[in-house]
Design a protein. Structure first.
Length: 133
């Protein structure tokens, strides 16, 4: 028999935690101050898309994206897989609501440029990711 909770969860309030983090400066390869909200989520998207899943022992296996296994595969296989894998990787972050509107370019042999939009709790991001195949 399960115990009666007597309304213990009735007054439970869920609060959104701040997303304040160190601000990355990509040009100088250093940290410069702090960022929050949309800028912090944009930085998280960048990091998720640039960490190969299962390759770094200090981060969770739920973090990162699996793109390395696409190397050598045909474009017809890679395009839908890139969309699926990017969406799956980004949806692990609870600040991201949806990933959509993918477009793909093929600027040179062995490279696919994916452009897409990410709806977040703080706004919408336009993201671009280059994938070597």
């Amino acid at each position: 028999m399960l115990p009666d909770n007597d309304g213990l969860l009735a007054d439970l309030k869920i609060e959104e935690q701040p997303s304040k983090t160190f601000a990355m400066n990509h040009e100088k390869a250093n940290m410069t101050g702090y960022c929050d909200r949309l800028k912090a989520i944009q930085q998280a998207v960048f990091l998720i898309l640039n960490v190969e899943r299962y390759s770094c022992p200090i981060v969770s296996w739920n973090y990162g994206v699996e793109l390395a296994s696409l190397f050598g595969q045909p474009k017809t296989y890679c395009v839908p897989e890139i969309e699926r894998r990017i969406t799956e990787a980004l949806m692990n972050d609870d600040r991201i609501i949806s990933v959509y509107n993918f477009t793909f370019d093929f600027p040179k042999k062995g490279v696919i440029n994916a452009k897409f939009q990410v709806d977040t709790t703080a706004g919408t991001l336009n993201v671009e990711k280059e994938v070597s195949i």
